[in-house]
Design a protein around this ligand. Structure first.
Ligand SMILES: C[S@@+](CC[C@H](N)C(=O)[O-])C[C@H]1O[C@@H](n2cnc3c(N)ncnc32)[C@H](O)[C@@H]1O
Length: 271
């Protein structure tokens, strides 16, 4: 089933998919899947540990290409998954009796998708300036005992390196993401606190940093992200075409040795 639960128009803020990462780009699904391939094992291990399984109704918020939604349905065997995204072109093919696809904007305050035993949002809130208010609303959609699980990027940059092409390009990327679509990873370490402020219990968090190795899906993800953002990277004034080319070559080279951005996951449950 595909539906729009409110029929209301989306707010103006939050331009992911418009100013950057257009969903119709021929390599966008591949780019999202490259990151999913790396982080799905970590995510699904955590969701299973939190009890995702038969008897649960789940919300995958900002579901992307639906890899986690599919896992919840096929591997964890949950009763129902609601896969919600602003762009559902890649999710519609997955819709079925136990998987409902909702085309909606998470920033839409009128959104009421129902109650859930598990709500998961990965690499979504970091892109939305309204992230703190959205956490409040996601927490309200939890059934008693239900888990809210948030996953977003976290950087552990080398403090002694401000000049390498890799560092300068990565810094330009975060700055460009912030100025174009409002991405901000600075509050990711505060997610456990946000969950506690919402009255959730058993709050905990972990940080995972998969190896950034030349030719790996993670290196391909960053390379494609930088290529797609080239004009925005140069507009920051932090890098030029030569630096970006050097950084791209480094990502593909056996010399690559970086503690790349990882993912912080935080979870808590309604009492
Ligand atoms: C980086 S992708 C992550 C996809 C998926 N969660 C994953 O980890 O593979 C971000 C997703 O969030 C969706 N998104 C961005 N802004 C949104 C909004 N305001 N409301 C709903 N979905 C949004 C995008 O369309 C995209 O599918």
């Amino acid at each position: 089933m595909t539906s729009s639960p409110t029929g209301g128009s989306a707010p103006e803020e939050g331009r992911y998919g418009e100013d950057l990462f257009a969903p119709e780009h021929p390599r966008e699904a591949e780019r999202i899947d490259a990151a999913a391939l790396v982080f799905d094992p970590v995510t699904t291990r955590r969701l299973r540990a939190l009890g995702a399984g038969p008897g649960s109704r789940c919300l995958e918020a900002g579901a992307g290409t639906g890899t986690v939604a599919r896992w919840l349905l096929d591997e964890a065997g949950v009763d129902e998954v609601v896969a919600l995204d602003r762009d559902t072109a890649r999710l519609n093919a997955l819709a079925g009796p136990r998987l409902r696809v909702i085309t909606a904007d998470l920033t839409d305050e009128a959104l009421r998708p129902g109650g859930f035993d598990l709500i998961h949002a990965r690499f979504v809130l970091m892109h939305l300036p309204q992230r703190r208010r959205i956490v409040t609303r996601l927490a309200k959609w939890l059934n008693p005992g239900g888990w809210l699980v948030l996953g977003d990027a976290l950087e552990v940059p080398d403090p002694t390196d401000s000049t390498s092409a890799y560092r300068r390009t990565m810094d330009a990327m975060w700055q460009a993401l912030r100025s174009t679509i409002g991405t901000d990873i600075s509050s990711v370490p505060a997610y456990p606190h946000f969950l506690r402020e919402e009255g959730l219990r058993d709050v905990a968090a972990e940080l995972v940093g998969p190896p950034l190795v030349a030719g790996s899906p993670l290196a391909l993800f960053w390379a494609e992200t930088w290529r797609r953002m080239r004009p925005a990277l140069e507009e920051t004034g932090l890098v030029d075409a030569v630096v970006i080319d050097e950084a791209l070559a480094y990502l593909a080279s056996p010399r690559l040795a970086e503690l790349g951005p990882g993912m912080a996951m935080a979870w808590g449950r309604r009492g």
